[in-house]
Design a protein around this ligand. Structure first.
Ligand SMILES: Cc1cc2nc3c(=O)[nH]c(=O)nc-3n(C[C@H](O)[C@H](O)[C@H](O)COP(=O)(O)OP(=O)(O)OC[C@H]3O[C@@H](n4cnc5c(N)ncnc54)[C@H](O)[C@@H]3O)c2cc1C
Length: 260
């Protein structure tokens, strides 16, 4: 056991860095076994990590491992569990009585009219929405306690609790899949609540793997894919482009299969 850094998320949640294994140096060491080469300068190591990230030579990024302790509402944990390439151990609502801990949103966002999965802006009657949520969670929890008092099993009584209830789990991931998770869940298309957690994880892991995370930001997170039709338009523009940095222009033309 080593670190125990924690970032608060939503009203009662958190992400806590429990432990980690590996570093940028370990990624480089792993990659160099491919070529039988030894330690090089930091500049060369940074270049190698960027090369690996840019070219999807991903197995060296599978070597480091991060263990996190998460406290999140069940509806967020459910999205989280879709990321199958991880190890999870979650609190058992069969074994333990669940605490009266629900996510109470401060502000109710409105349904987006352009994105069926997303929200946009906020609803007008915040007070009414806050009251509906408060009443339903208070009632559900007190009825849960009533069922337990009647002698009902915890595994059955939990069935009446809403998905805003907080759960806790330990989550272990290798760096490659953790960055994949961040790429999907820091994105603007992901639900705002899970983005809060993804951003917290990003803040925790960036100091552990500064070169790899910077390379990921450069070559994955902040890069975009283009369709063939979009590429045709870009090609036409690039033909006439000038740049103060000829290397960048050369690299773009190279990727687009243009003469330079
Ligand atoms: C914005 C957003 C909206 C979403 N909406 C929905 C939704 O409406 N409904 C829904 O069900 N899900 C939804 N998802 C979940 C999504 O479809 C993925 O299941 C989830 O993001 C996990 O991604 P992943 O499979 O790449 O990750 P992981 O499960 O961690 O897998 C990592 C990688 O391993 C490989 N892999 C893992 N398992 C398999 C397999 N069985 N076969 C082949 N390759 C595999 C793939 O390359 C995969 O990218 C949504 C996700 C996002 C980010």
């Amino acid at each position: 056991m080593e670190e125990s850094k924690e970032v608060k998320c939503l009203d009662k949640g958190f992400v806590r860095l429990v432990d980690h294994m590996g570093s940028d140096a370990r990624i480089v060491q792993t990659a160099r076994v491919s070529y039988g080469a030894g330690t090089k300068t930091v500049r060369e190591d940074t270049g190698l990590i960027n090369y690996l990230m840019r070219n999807d030579h991903s197995s060296p990024f599978e070597m480091p491992v991060v263990l996190l302790h998460i406290k999140a509402p069940i509806f967020i944990a459910r999205q989280w569990m879709r990321h199958r390439t991880s190890s999870v151990n979650e609190i058992s609502a069969r074994y333990s009585e669940m605490k009266d801990e629900f996510y109470h949103p401060e502000t109710w966002r409105a349904q987006s009219s352009t994105n069926k999965q997303g929200s946009f802006g906020i609803i007008e009657d915040q007070e009414a929405a806050i009251l509906i949520e408060k009443n339903i969670t208070e009632d559900a929890y007190s009825r849960y306690k009533d069922l337990l008092d009647l002698g009902a099993s915890r595994e059955m009584a939990r069935a009446i609790l809403p998905v805003g209830l907080y759960t806790e789990f330990y989550w272990q991931q290798n760096l490659k899949n953790l960055l994949h998770f961040l790429n999907l869940r820091m994105d603007a298309h992901a639900q705002q609540e899970i983005r809060v957690y993804a951003n917290a994880i990003f803040d925790l892991i960036k100091p552990l793997f500064p070169i790899s995370v910077a390379a990921w930001e450069e070559h994955v997170r902040n890069s975009v894919k283009f369709s063939p039709k979009e590429i045709e338009v870009i090609k036409a523009v690039v033909e006439y482009m000038q740049s103060e940095d000829p290397r960048i222009l050369r690299s773009i033309k190279d990727k687009l299969g243009l003469q330079y």
